[in-house]
Ligand binder design. Structure first.
Ligand code: DLL
Length: 432
């Protein structure tokens, strides 16, 4: 089943010319309405007019996460606030990272894109969807929600967490579809098993999973545990949220990128050079239709490969392979994106600490855990005497990690120089 037959099966040459037309329009818009883009295009000595074909895109400068941060909160918006109907944001130090606006039309397009994803998974208005992606500033919950309503399915807006309640509703409401991070699905299966539930006897038939890397072994495991078909959904808050790319039921190898709304390129993350389609590299996305804050050549940090072979589902849009690696040091912990620099920013604000720390990320059962060891300085060590004082510091670090990054951390203070020789600041023991 295809939600928007006309656009999703468009011949490739027609897609390409639509992309060029829309690209030229968006470049004009950002150049004249967003100071940041005017400046960055001028610095690169490129004008919207110079872009006559997709191949010309390499003349355009990249937009980076730092650019989003530098323009916090609304500096990249392309329309007045009176036209914005929704704001989402990514997590960040002191809550400041990046804010994304949506006009009414942006929400309509986003809902259509998610509707396309759900239909690609064989979901119809007769399905009941338990949506366990977080509602709130995170784009997962509301993104899926609007798409599900668009196709007329019944949505249970569960949001994340509260496994026991999720399990009760899975049993009582009989949803046929579950949407969550893959690790959370696994966690639900484990909790259910511990409670004596038979997950395979639920009415679930499809699972839509994303927001963190997951490999085919995990897919097999989830499919077996629940007796469902598990499909991959990709998206970034910066670009629009979930619904940028989706695996189809028929193909199940790679996710179709909705090319009438986005241009995807792969680049060499070190040199920025554009790679031929099919070579592994960092994904770079340009939005073609977003009104509120369009992004030009946004470097995602996600490593993948584009698949150009036609898909048996009939969609003509290019596919991207599962994302399993990143080009930077971003970690995804229980679906939350976090950079070591954000942890450092928390630690420097707390007195008595050395800048030396070590983070160990692991997966216990299905859920990610984060242990943070931090060295205290000599002074604290010599005059603290009081264990209470040290415990207070530990609690403060844990609280700031939760408040600013949304992450539960087990914190342990250690003596000066204990970690100096530690191999790495970040040890990720999860196998993904
Ligand atoms: O994770 C949006 C989303 C919500 C996608 C629900 C899918 C489902 P962010 O919090 O901005 O947005 O995180 C985006 O998460 O750059 C990838 O590194 C990673 N990611 C998202 N989807 C996948 C996926 C949402 N299917 C970042 N596979 C991205 C692997 C994924 N990584």
């Amino acid at each position: 089943m295809i939600y928007n037959e006309e656009f999703e099966t468009m011949p490739r040459d027609v897609i390409k010319s639509l992309q060029v037309k829309r690209l030229q329009q968006v470049l004009e818009r950002v150049y004249h309405n967003v100071g940041f883009y005017k400046k960055s295009f001028d610095t690169a000595k490129v004008k919207p007019d110079d872009i006559k074909a997709i191949a010309d895109m390499k003349k355009l400068p990249f937009t980076t996460r730092k650019d989003l941060r530098d323009n916090y909160p609304f500096g990249l918006f392309c329309v007045p606030m009176s036209n914005i109907v929704r704001l989402h944001a990514s997590s960040g130090t002191s809550g400041k990272s990046a804010v994304f606006g949506y006009t009414k039309r942006d929400i309509e397009i986003w809902s259509e894109l998610v509707a396309r994803c759900l239909v690609a998974a064989g979901i119809t208005k007769n399905d009941i969807i338990q949506n366990a992606f977080g509602y709130g500033l995170f784009t997962g919950g509301l993104g899926l929600h609007y798409g599900a309503e668009k196709i007329g399915a019944s949505v249970i807006p569960m949001s994340g967490g509260d496994a026991k309640r999720q399990l009760m509703i899975l049993q009582d409401f009989g949803p046929t579809v579950i949407c969550s991070t893959p690790s959370y699905a696994l966690h639900l299966a484990e909790e259910g098993k511990a409670m004596g539930m038979d997950m395979r006897s639920l009415k679930l038939r499809v699972g839509i999973f994303g927001a963190e890397p997951w490999n085919n072994a995990l897919r097999d495991e989830i499919e077996k545990l629940f007796g469902i078909t598990a499909l991959d959904l990709f998206g970034l808050s910066e670009v629009i949220g979930p619904g940028m790319a989706m695996e189809c039921l028929e193909g199940r190898n790679g996710m179709h990128v909705f090319e009438d709304h986005f241009i995807v390129e792969t680049i060499n993350p070190k040199t920025g050079e554009v790679l031929p389609e099919g070579e592994e590299g960092e994904l770079v996305f340009t939005t073609l239709t977003k009104e509120a804050n369009p992004l030009i050549r946004y470097r995602t940090g996600d490593i993948s490969r584009l698949i150009t072979e036609p898909c048996r589902c009939g969609r003509s849009h290019i596919k991207m392979e599962k994302v399993l690696k990143r080009s930077d040091d971003m970690l995804i912990i229980r679906g939350i994106n976090v950079f070591p620099a954000q942890i450092e920013a928390i630690l420097v604000n707390i007195e008595g600490l050395e800048p030396t720390y070590q983070v160990i990320i692991d997966r216990v059962g299905a859920l990610d855990t984060l242990d943070l060891q931090v060295e205290v300085n000599d002074k604290i060590c010599s005059d603290a005497g009081s264990i209470k004082e040290l415990q207070k510091i530990e609690q403060r670090i844990a609280k700031d990690m939760k408040d600013f990054l949304g992450i539960a951390a087990r914190v342990k203070l250690v003596q000066p120089n204990m970690l100096q020789k530690a191999d790495a600041k970040i040890i990720d023991k999860r196998r993904i």
